[in-house]
Design a protein around this ligand. Structure first.
Ligand code: SF4
Length: 293
């Protein structure tokens, strides 16, 4: 089996930055260190951090006063930051600068009287954080069909969850055009996401099977898998090499591998090693890897 790794795959700038900040905080901290939710959407990385004394928490009531807390790449709503200061927590803010930009734009638009629309997954922490920056007044839509629930208004401002696909963004903005005489649109999709999506699509066009590696709870990894499936290539979303089944590769010659922005290199390498292992059917003993970002 020949394998091609997508040109852009795996850890993005924001995740690398957050991982470094969390390691540095853990190294220096004399007290307990927590992350508000998992540091990134990758279970293996979360487990590794637990061993270094960094623990994810959902409920800050469970945290001892004065502990260290790390805000992850998705960010948090402002009310959560107030809770952190009330508890005198030492905060390391690892919110990705691209997410911060979306939060600031949403706050500005809301402050200027725009009805803010957030295109994204309503339950995703990044979207909940951005919503908080509009005093919870923004309307969240996931796709063009959901635009129906928005009433006509004087002015609309649109921001996007950083991991949305460009096509969904364009289609949704098009659907919004009749909702207001003034629609201000900010494309807050991050470049890392777009690059991973573009190279995954390019690869899906030329392989017999796509393997998408990343946390099952990772929005950007799920989007990569959806995009590949839209190209009608058999696509499997896995968290690691152990999930790979020989039967997937029966009759296939060329496999494409891509990975979400929260997938570390060592997991990607393990996946490639497993696919190209000599006992795989149709193994031709070759591994072609594109240059990585
Ligand atoms: S995918 Fe983009 S927005 Fe998300 S953490 Fe990475 S660089 Fe930041």
């Amino acid at each position: 089996m020949r394998v091609i790794l997508a040109e852009h795959a795996g850890f993005c700038f924001g995740v690398k930055r957050a991982i470094n900040m969390a390691s540095e905080t853990a190294r220096k901290a004399k007290e307990n260190v927590y992350t508000y939710g998992p540091i990134i959407h990758n279970p293996q990385v979360v487990e590794k951090f637990k061993k270094e004394g960094v623990h994810p928490v959902k409920d800050i009531k469970k945290i001892v006063k004065g502990s260290s807390i790390i805000i992850r790449t998705h960010g948090v709503p402002p009310e959560r930051e107030s809770e952190f200061s009330k508890k005198a927590l030492k905060v390391t803010d690892a919110t990705c600068p691209f997410v911060k930009k979306a939060q600031k734009l949403a706050a500005k638009l809301s402050g200027e009287g725009y009805q803010v629309v957030i295109l994204g997954e309503a339950d995703h922490p990044e979207v909940r954080g951005i919503l908080g920056y509009t005093n919870n007044t923004a309307i969240v839509v996931g796709n063009p069909k959901e635009v129906r629930k928005i009433k006509k208004c004087a002015k609309l401002g649109v921001v996007v969850q950083t991991t949305q696909s460009m096509q969904n963004f364009l289609d949704t903005v098009f659907a919004l055009r009749d909702k207001s005489p003034e629609v201000r649109v900010f494309n807050t999709i991050c470049d890392a996401t777009r690059k991973r999506q573009d190279s995954a699509l390019k690869l899906a066009n030329k392989v017999d099977i796509m393997i998408v590696v990343g946390g099952k709870n990772s929005a950007n990894t799920k989007h990569l898998a959806e995009l590949c499936r839209e190209k009608r290539v058999p696509t499997y979303h896995i968290e690691g090499a152990l999930e790979i089944k020989k039967s997937w590769f029966k009759g296939k010659k060329l496999a494409g591998v891509t990975a979400g922005a929260s997938t570390p290199d060592w997991i990607i390498k393990n996946v490639i090693k497993t696919i190209t292992a000599p006992d795989r059917p149709h193994n031709q003993g070759k591994t072609g890897q594109n240059k990585k970002s």
